[in-house]
Design a protein around this ligand. Structure first.
Ligand code: CO
Length: 157
């Protein structure tokens, strides 16, 4: 009879311990994934994995850019640059390409809605901003020579 009670208690304790260990994981996971987060992966092949992003207007969103490659930022740097409506993509990218000291973001520019810092392989960065009015906007990587392939549409609808 005593043995039975003991094992009962052990099972009870075991379950309780397991539950206690699991519980703290949930708040951590939640805080790592903010509301309205858009994840874009980029790589050593000069690619974004998203060609189209759809969002609602006037909403706070976070864009998380991951660089899944190995090459450093000075060789295969990537950023996320969201351009205002009507900005000429080629003109902007040409101007940005000469701004190495500013991580390829023209100083005092009025052409950008949001941008991230420039990252290399294995790095991640985020930018949080409020989405603009409805419309279709261009996003690019402004590292020299990348925008031709690394571009997509940011669609606010
Ligand atoms: Co790039």
């Amino acid at each position: 009879f005593f043995v039975l009670i003991t094992s009962f208690l052990l099972i009870g304790c075991g379950e309780k311990t397991k539950k206690d260990n699991e519980e703290p994981l949930y708040p951590t996971q939640k805080s790592e994934t903010p509301k309205n987060q858009i994840v874009i992966n980029s790589n050593d092949q000069m690619q974004f994995d998203l060609k189209e992003i759809k969002v609602k207007p006037n909403t706070e969103v976070t864009v998380k850019l991951n660089h899944t490659g190995n090459l450093p930022a000075n060789v295969m740097g990537h950023n996320f640059v969201l351009l205002k409506k009507g900005v000429d993509l080629v003109d902007f990218a040409t101007q940005a390409a000469s701004q190495k000291e500013q991580q390829y973001i023209p100083e005092n520019t009025n052409d950008i809605i949001a941008y991230t810092k420039l990252i290399g392989g294995g790095e991640s960065t985020t930018v949080t901003f409020t989405t603009p009015e409805k419309g279709t906007y261009d996003f690019i990587c402004s590292f020299p020579g990348h925008y031709g392939i690394m571009q997509g549409k940011f669609i606010v609808e």
